[in-house]
Design a protein around this ligand. Structure first.
Ligand SMILES: [Zn+2]
Length: 162
């Protein structure tokens, strides 16, 4: 059985099923591509019915990711706390035609749990992950080893001043 396995979306919702576990970072290839070095993610998936009376999944994920700060390029530990309700759609047309702001996902009889959770975690990530108080700002005064990104940032801010 693969990590998290798969669920039958509509069946899971109809029966109000629950599944929880811990995700293996090796099962999170897209997060890896985004520079995630390690992850500790616990998840819970709950099936049920939305306020609109439609089948839905509640996706919860909590834990932490180790990313790279885009300012100083050092490790950045980012807490994760996601809770998203996804309405199950039975066709892509249904997803495309919807005019409200509800999150939808195309249901199937074998929805990969790890991917569902990974999707929601990726959506919750900041566009540019950075330390809230990054040491790069303090280091700039000294003759620190320059990183290519830091140089780029300086170039951009110099240009903005002109
Ligand atoms: Zn930093």
């Amino acid at each position: 059985m693969s990590e998290g396995g798969t669920i039958d979306g509509l069946e899971f919702a109809r029966t109000g099923a629950t599944r929880s576990g811990v995700l293996d970072p090796a099962r999170l290839p897209r997060l890896k591509e985004l520079g995630c070095r390690s992850a500790e993610l616990r998840y819970t998936l709950r099936g049920g019915t939305s306020a609109q009376g439609r089948p839905m999944l509640l996706v919860e994920a909590a834990g932490a990711l180790e990313l790279v700060c885009q300012r100083c390029l050092e490790a950045l530990r980012l807490p994760v706390d996601v809770c998203t309700e996804l309405e199950l759609a039975t066709s892509q047309q249904e997803v495309d035609a919807a005019e409200d702001d509800l999150d939808r996902v195309l249901t199937s009889r074998s929805m990969p749990v790890a991917e569902l959770v990974e999707d929601e975690v990726i959506l919750a990530l900041p566009m540019v992950p950075m330390h809230a108080r990054c040491s790069a700002a303090a280091r700039r005064g000294r003759a620190a080893r320059p990183s290519p990104f830091a140089g780029l940032a300086d170039m951009i801010s110099d240009r903005a001043k002109r």
